[in-house]
Write a protein that binds this ligand. Structure first.
Ligand code: SF4
Length: 230
């Protein structure tokens, strides 16, 4: 089914769930071909490093986080290192990632809680991860899928939100991340929950940018209601 014109777009807005699921399947397949290397771009080793990097990545680019963690991970190795960090010093070490006061408080608080409640190990389930300071579903989903290979949901970041809305897979507001995630989970098979967000993040950086999406060069433009209208 090729959907390009106004009529097609109108048809898409009345799209049945079955057709939307089918369109989603085609889009994931095309994006897989376009971005075969799609993966988490945060440099890290163990689950603790991924947790720290993901908390730092809020409102910050992965490139900047990787620059900061390259030094941070040389100094802090264990949860005890983070729990015992000097708050002022730690704030300065992560300052360039933005929101550094909150991030420092959350990372030190999370490390302390991991020691106190989880035997010093980063939890590998959603329920426990969500009890850590600074960890909402987005961060928990990143840690679960990329550190533990467990998919409990879809990571909904700014790229995933924007593109999912343009593709009309959701019509929620940007402050409704959990509901956007729910809409996406209904359209995706479980095995694609983890890769889906990586694909959309790669697509958002390479092609479907916030201000000037490259619709003429987009591999899924024939399946996108917004093609050429942004
Ligand atoms: S056609 Fe344009 S708006 Fe739609 S996904 Fe591609 S780049 Fe984004």
């Amino acid at each position: 089914m090729i959907l390009r014109d106004t009529q097609s777009t109108a048809t898409m807005s009345r799209e049945s769930k079955a057709n939307r699921t089918q369109r989603m399947r085609k889009i994931v397949s095309l994006l897989n071909k376009a971005y075969p290397d799609a993966r988490c771009m945060l440099n890290r080793g163990d689950p603790l490093q991924l947790l720290v990097a993901t908390i730092l990545s809020a409102q910050c680019t992965d490139v900047r986080v990787n620059i900061v963690t390259a030094e941070l991970f040389k100094k802090y190795h264990t949860v005890s290192d983070y729990a015992g960090a000097d708050l002022d010093e730690f704030q300065q070490e992560i300052r360039s990632t933005g929101f550094y006061r909150n991030k420092a408080k959350n990372i030190i608080g999370a490390a302390t809680m991991i020691i106190d409640r989880f035997d010093g190990k980063v939890p590998d389930n959603m329920e426990d991860l969500l009890t850590l300071p600074g960890v909402a579903r987005k961060t928990a989903n990143v840690v679960l899928s990329d550190a533990f290979g467990k998919s409990d949901g879809v990571v909904v970041d700014t790229h995933v939100m924007r593109i999912s809305k343009r593709l009309k897979f959701t019509s929620r507001e940007n402050n409704q991340g959990d509901k956007i995630e729910k809409d996406l989970l209904e359209l995706l098979p479980h095995r694609q929950w983890a890769i889906f967000s990586h694909l959309l993040i790669f697509h958002g950086r390479a092609c479907c940018k916030a201000r000037k999406p490259n619709c003429p060069g987009c591999p899924i433009s024939h399946l996108c209601p917004w093609a050429g209208k942004v």
